[in-house]
Design a protein around this ligand. Sequence first.
Ligand SMILES: *Cc1c(COP(=O)(O)O)cnc(C)c1O
Length: 508
Amino acid sequence: MTDPEERDLARRRAPLEISGDDFRAAGHELVDRVADLLGSMRGRPVTPGESATEVRALLGRGPLPEKGSDGPAILREAAQLLLEHSLFNGHPRFFGYITASPAPLGALADLLAAAVNPNCGAWELSPMANAVEEQTVRWIAELVGFPAGGGGLLVSGGNVANFAGFLAARRAQAGEAIRASGLSGAPGPLLVYASAETHTWIQKAADLFGHGTDAIRWIPADGKQRLDPEALRTAIARDRAEGARPFLVVGAAGTVGTGAIDPLREIAAICRENGLWFHVDGAYGAPAAALPDAPADLRALSLADSVAIDPHKWLYAPLEAGCILVRNAAALPDTFAYTPTYYAFDEGGEDPPANYYALGFQNSRGFRALKVWMGLRQAGREGYVRMIEDDCRLARALADRIAAHGELELLTHSLSIVTFRYAPPRLRTGRAEDDATLDAINEDLLQRLKAGGEAFLSNARVEGKFALRACIVNFRTELADVEAVPEIVARLGRVREGANTAKGVSRK
Ligand SMILES: *Cc1c(COP(=O)(O)O)cnc(C)c1O
């Protein structure tokens, strides 16, 4: 007989458990609502444009619930909150930052991944999932033209992928000893070289990994926002002469601001001459290397020692999915591996299983690869080439329409990023005070545009000027969507300028 105190353990009723029937009903209802969202996206605003106060008020300020409540009802409420109070980056007129429309199949992939819940830290805990991840990493390398015999794994995003490249470079260049002695044992100050247009991941890396941001040598960019290779050569030689220890050069396969492609072939040659690690930040632009007419400088990412890529950008995977690829597979375990005593995983044999805990930052890991793998299969190389090409063609069409619009000034266009500003001819004088006025007008009109929900752009600085910026990594965008942008912006610009002029007049 069971002890009466143990009776409830004989048949547990855990508060998080749900019956098969309830799960089925709640799941079907949710899938219906998500399908409705997909079907109605185009007719909705990009964003409701609510303030933080309004959004927080919807949740209220209640304390942690003491008692639980009905799961399906919570799911229904969560769907309502999210479907009615979110910005939709899957909207055909979302062109902000570098945030892609997510592949719908990816949402179902995440459901499946969470349901099976493999721990992708070790093969034993996730056999099929890790095999899928290996294949995904190899396919990503093939897609962008990086040697597929190397190593790599999925991470949370571009920042972390770049961090992994940074650390692999440091370990390879400074040697095994640095893992025990840290930077104090390094052979002279370790320096990294990158263009002034590099994403802020590099400051985070230099700071958080103990070098300090002063260890970054900022190499000036040319008039097209590309790293100047002569300046790079000179800086490396000067630092060497002064006893420093250059270890890493970062080139961009599409900068975050304007999509500029650094002269990767020449940077590769400089790294070879100097025995330095060459890392390519391709978080945004690497997938465009798959295009048949990709520029040679972009294809030259194949010469790198490591490449960071963001499947949640131009491979249209739902957040989050980043990827680091390394030429020499040993570089990752050399950098990251420590084996705890409580792991006794199989690591050997003719066909050794992948234990990802030893290849990156994470120990327990989710199954990010599934949504990426399903996308690569659903579209194939051909499908990705077509989607990326179409995004680039739409960006070109937008650039053309902006250039032809009398009140707009086209600033840059590269890959699928266009920067421009509202600049009526009377303010387009190049005088500092007129540029300051244009900055103020454009900053203000962008805030209105973003809150208005008609279309969503973000911003960049181009040679000191405040620029509006459209980045098209969106397989839903069509020609009419980009054609609508110039007039929306010009209208908001006129309104803002009118308000300005009226204020100026009333002050006199
Ligand atoms: C987006 C981006 C990053 C950062 O990637 P996250 O996925 O946002 O962490 C780094 N570099 C470049 C060039 C990017 O476009």
